[in-house]
Design a protein around this ligand. Structure first.
Ligand code: NAP
Ligand code: ZN
Length: 367
């Protein structure tokens, strides 16, 4: 693929350091493989930090968006929202980061900060629309955002997370999306010791859900299509493993689970899984298949069941999750790859051959 340059991002402050030209990797269309790009990062404003990116996790959402499976993708696109790096510069008003600190950036880079959801720590639901880390725009609704498959990112300090020193930086990167996306619904639905939690799909999100639910004292049942993952599921903390390709699983487990976290990335029948809930149980959908799935009224009415959704998590809760992971020694199981293997990693993720998260070592990107 030819090398493509993208015009500079406007600075947020006058007089600061100039915008910087940054090597990156991304897609120019939904049908093209990823390849080298050059992007511009804005000048470091008074409340900004400049992060030299060390590692970036590869989320299935990157694949969905780079291939426009959800519709509305913006190109050129530099994916990546599981970013860990080192702070290389700070604006003059920055108080919580210093040069040399390890910092993380997840799925959000800005929000209005004033609306009800923002004030409640739910920046992902900002009434003006949060600025997503990539495949979105800054709050000016014009300047495109570019993600972590790049050498540097500039972000307001309130959207940068502190990476606890106890966590390996490469293995901590996936916590910024896979970690918070599974931690948040476990907390919201009050996962506690002894609860019977089902995790559906053992991928990037699923393996974090197993580790986190187990760390909260839950009795975890892994529901998977892949027999080959059984030993891993148990090592990660699952107490039992059930094959969902075997119809008897749905009869044997009917009415047993308090909470289900469904991470499946492809269309599937929610009704079957709702049958596994006890009365008043909750199934939370976090996986985002591209098409809709019918839900029968009887699947919910028999047993006053709840079918819920959950989107990532707010900034304060993301920090809380990172601190929880440091306290419990939890990181992601990762396969670190150079950027040159990103297209192969996408294919392997689609083939269900990730164990359990690819993480890009950005030292491999020509700087
Ligand atoms: P992943 O690593 O590819 O894992 C998905 C897992 O789903 C696979 O490992 C597989 O588990 C199962 N699966 C895949 N295809 C299936 C099929 N046809 N039928 C049944 N099971 C299937 O993906 P991920 O990164 O964890 O992401 C999972 C989903 O969550 C994606 O749709 C992603 O976009 C979404 N997501 C949502 C949020 C949010 O805020 N809600 C945040 C991040 C990601 P088994 O082999 O165990 O069956
Ligand atoms: Zn993600």
């Amino acid at each position: 693929m030819s090398h493509i340059s993208i015009s500079p991002a406007p600075a947020r402050s006058s007089g600061g350091s100039p915008t910087s030209s940054t090597p990156a990797d991304g897609a120019v269309s939904a049908r093209s493989p990823l390849g080298p790009l050059t992007i511009a990062r804005r000048a470091v404003g008074p409340r900004d930090v400049l992060i030299e990116i060390l590692y970036c996790g590869v989320c299935h959402s990157d694949v969905h968006q780079a291939r426009d499976e959800w519709g509305g993708s913006l190109f050129p696109m530099v994916p990546g929202h599981e970013i860990v790096g080192r702070v290389a510069r700070v604006g003059e008003e920055v108080t919580s980061f210093a040069v040399g600190d390890l910092a993380g950036v997840g799925c959000l880079v800005d929000s209005c900060g004033r609306c009800g959801p923002c004030r409640r720590g739910l920046e992902q639901f900002c009434e003006r629309g949060a600025a997503l880390t990539y495949n979105g725009t800054e709050m000016d609704r014009k300047t495109p955002t570019y993600g972590g498959y790049s050498s540097q990112i500039v972000v307001e300090e309130r959207f940068a997370l502190k990476i606890p020193a106890a966590l390996d930086p490469a293995a901590a990167a996936p916590l910024l999306c896979a970690g918070i996306t599974t931690y948040s619904p476990l907390r919201q639905w009050n996962c506690r010791r002894g609860d019977r939690v089902g995790v559906v799909g053992l991928g990037g999100l699923g393996h974090m859900a197993v580790k986190l639910a187990a760390s909260m004292g839950a009795e975890v049942t892994m529901l998977s299509t892949s027999r080959s993952k059984e030993a891993d599921a148990r090592r990660l903390g699952a107490h039992s493993f059930e094959l969902t390709t075997d119809e008897s699983t749905f009869a044997n487990l009917a009415g047993r689970l308090d909470l289900i976290i469904d991470t499946i990335s492809a269309p599937h029948d929610y009704n079957k899984y709702l049958g596994l809930l006890r009365p008043l149980g909750t199934m939370v959908i976090v996986g985002i298949p591209s098409g809709p799935t019918p839900v029968a009224a009887f699947s919910l009415i028999g047993g006053n069941k709840r079918l819920a959704g959950s989107a990532i998590g707010g900034i304060a809760e993301t920090q809380q999750m990172l601190d929880h992971c440091a306290e419990h020694g939890i990181v992601s199981d990762v396969e670190v790859i150079p950027i040159q293997r990103i297209n192969e990693a996408y294919e392997r993720m689609i083939r269900n051959d990730a164990r359990y998260r690819f993480v890009i070592d950005l030292a491999s990107l020509a700087r």
